[in-house]
Ligand binder design. Structure first.
Ligand SMILES: Cc1ncc(COP(=O)(O)O)c(C=O)c1O
Length: 389
């Protein structure tokens, strides 16, 4: 099985492996990195062979967003997500965080409020703050199923001042919720009532487990088009995040013009590597993705069963993503104690819940996209360390 193969990424300028020493004080030779959201798997052969062709040609000139690129994206959305996207509504940018920063410039002004549902992918808050906008965190609540839900009533009661935008992570990272059509509709109504632009970050849309189905926001609520922009990418799906290319989908003409103006102002144009990899992945990566999903599902079950055996730990049941979210609040252990007693002993580098904002305290995020043997070894270490305390 291709995903069982262990690849040595140390010394390959991999942030996940080569920053372990500076960020965690851990030697990559001994540590198991479970933090950065990329996978320790090779990308589909279709992508590598497109790169090989480029290397053999040896010419790395400028690229355009040609018809092949556009139709690869539209074809994928239609096949995998039953969503008809118009080629003219696509923009290629330098990743999804870049897309969020551009959307903030296009649709909001300094000091405007922007809502996020915390705990959530940390770059949302970072970009909002860096652009001089006001960060509004709406804490997610854990429902009876132990999964996250939005609390729009509480948010509505606490809103004040000029608020212009809401950024949704769909599916959600961390916690792996796949939002239902009803939840998306409620958020659309909320946004319409408060005159907000919705930015729907759907980067994890392909990494959904059996029994759940991601619904693109625009498909769930077509009437939201005039205040919606959607962000998608091949990068998480096919493990090609280093190429930093994302697709922005804007169906509304007026919103499109506003976005285009910012692309011009900031001189954003497509990357030839991004266009080639995206096209190759969407045209030739589908079988690989199906095999990946089944492998990840096995990893998720293994992780949950072994983590939930440890007294005081609860792993949130994932509906999507390879990012497990573990609540350790029952242990009454501070982050410093966790670092000293667990991280130092296990040499397992997880992401700290605090970095995902309000509600993340007392949680850890573990990236399980690795060969099963390595995951097993991480779980052995965690089980030993946690049961000792
Ligand atoms: C929800 C979400 N959005 C965006 C990104 C990063 O996207 P990019 O690398 O394209 O900027 C991540 C990476 O983990 C993510 O989880």
């Amino acid at each position: 099985m291709q995903f069982d193969k262990i690849h040595n990424r140390i010394g390959t300028n991999s942030d996940k492996w080569d920053s372990l020493k500076s960020l965690y004080g851990l030697s990559p030779d001994e540590a198991i990195p479970m933090w950065v959201a990329d996978m320790d798997f090779q990308a589909p052969e279709a992508v590598t062979s497109a790169m090989r062709e480029m290397v053999e040609r040896g010419i790395y000139g400028y690229a355009c967003e040609d018809d092949n690129y556009r139709s690869a994206i539209c074809g994928w959305m239609e096949r995998r997500h039953k969503w008809k996207v118009q080629p003219a509504s696509l923009f290629s940018v330098h990743g999804i965080v870049n897309a969020i920063a551009l959307a903030i410039q296009a649709y909001t002004a300094p000091k405007d409020g922007i809502i996020i549902f915390s705990p959530v992918y940390h770059a949302f808050a970072r970009v909002i703050k860096a652009s001089g906008r006001r960060l509004i965190e709406s804490p997610l609540v854990k429902g009876t199923s132990g999964k996250y839900k939005m609390d729009l009533k509480a948010l509505s009661n606490n809103l004040n001042g000029n608020v212009r935008m809401v950024i949704l992570c769909s599916p959600h990272n961390p916690g792996g919720r796949v939002w239902s059509a009803d939840e998306l509709e409620e958020l659309a109504e909320f946004a319409e009532r408060h005159k907000l632009i919705i930015v729907s970050d759907e980067i994890h849309h392909d990494l959904v487990y059996a029994g759940f189905s991601h619904i693109p926001f625009e498909k769930a609520v077509p009437s939201a088009q005039s205040y919606l922009i959607t962000l998608t990418s091949t990068t998480k799906t096919f493990n090609i995040a280093g190429m930093h290319t994302g697709n922005v989908i804007i169906s509304d003409e007026k919103l499109r013009m506003q976005f285009k103006k910012v692309l011009l102002e900031l001189a954003i144009s497509p990357s030839s590597f991004g266009v080639a990899m995206t096209t190759a992945a969407y045209n030739g990566g589908e079988d690989w993705l199906d095999r990946l999903l089944s492998y990840l599902s096995g990893n998720k079950d293994l992780f949950d069963s072994r983590i939930n055996e440890i007294r005081g730990l609860v792993s949130m049941p994932l509906e999507a993503t390879y990012l497990c979210w573990v609540d350790y609040r029952a242990l009454n252990m501070s982050l410093t104690e966790y670092k000293n007693k667990i991280e130092a002993e296990t040499k397992v580098a997880a992401s700290y819940g605090e970095t995902f904002g309000n509600g993340g305290q007392g949680h850890l995020r573990f990236n399980i996209a690795m060969p099963k043997k390595v995951l097993d070894s991480a779980l052995d270490r965690l089980q030993n360390a946690f049961t000792k305390i």
